[in-house]
Design a protein around this ligand. Sequence first.
Ligand code: HEM
Length: 376
Amino acid sequence: MASASRAFSRALRTAAPTLRSTTTRSARLAALSQATQRKPWQRGFTSSSDEDGPDKYPGNPTGLLVGAATLFTGAVVYGLYTQKPELFGQEPKRRIFVPRFGDYQKVYDAIAKRLHEHDNYDDGSYGPVLLRLAWHASGTYDKLTNTGGSNGATMRFAPESDHGANAGLKAARDFLEPVKEAFPWITYSDLWILAGVCSIQEMQGPKIPYRAGRSDRDLSFCTPDGRLPDASKDGSHIRAIFGRMGFGDREMVALSGAHALGRCHTDRSGYHGPWTFSPTTLTNDYFKLLLDEKWAYKKWNGPKQFEDVKTKTLMMLPTDMELVKDKAFRKYTELYAKDNDAFFKDFSDAVVTLFELGVPFEQPEDLRYTFKSSFD
Ligand code: HEM
């Protein structure tokens, strides 16, 4: 490059005379006398070429052309060398792909498209089971040891995939495989959580702001069995499990509102049936039904669960019933039954916390991504 620019300046010097004006001597004299007749403030910025003549070098235009061509060739060669080093026998340049908001929105859109295309699953949507995958990936977090949580996607491996609580979640993981193939740069752990965000929003829930940056880890990071809640237990168990993650009563009740979605499967948890009449749309109906309906033990061979007396089509788990039995929990159940906005706000906040437990993010909290839903 340096030699190219030297050649160019040499060429300029030779070619400069071609810029010389063809002004005749008499014309220049006339111009000079006109200039001297003007007052100094009228002369303005008389250029030196007006007064001294355009230049004093003889030359020809070929030099300029040669210089320009040399400079151009140099620039092209330099550009090729830096952009395509392989043409010069060097290692090809590696581009580091840094995904941005738009890239994650594309992944969101792909999941949303699959959700709407595959509406023959369960009650018409994979949404609930995708949300359950994201929750079970995150809900293993232990704040004391800072282990577990969504960083790692360790549920890909046995023994975690075989934990009783995770029965049936293979359907969700398999559903996301084509998305992972289409966007290989995203980690499974970011993808599963993004799918949870997408399913809540696509099932008409609140916006769930999202941060990326989880990495996939090997099976040595699998958490021990027993970190997720057991539906047959009482309030002290709920507080022990969610307290271990760092949540308080209000957040526990808000998070439980996810049971407005989906259903229990006898071949997975042993329980049976949906909690609400609209299991693919997020509403505060779960809280309304808990308070407004009469619930009785279901008479069957399965584990202890409740059914609504009126239609016998809905169900509640023993842990769900704690949200009306326990006074401190009930306060929030009543609040959310009355006020869907309060539920959506608290649910969104608690889910954002849940999905981020134990993840060492670089993306700052105030720069989370909020994705457009397919119906925005
Ligand atoms: C005390 C706490 C909880 C207990 C004991 C519990 C238990 C269960 C059980 C037994 C099932 C049925 C699984 C099956 O048979 O397929 C289920 C489903 C589900 N849970 Fe929970 N859960 C709890 C909290 C949560 C939380 C915090 C969320 C999300 C924020 C959540 C989201 C879901 C969803 C969406 C389903 C439906 C899955 C489907 O339709 O396949 N649960 N839960």
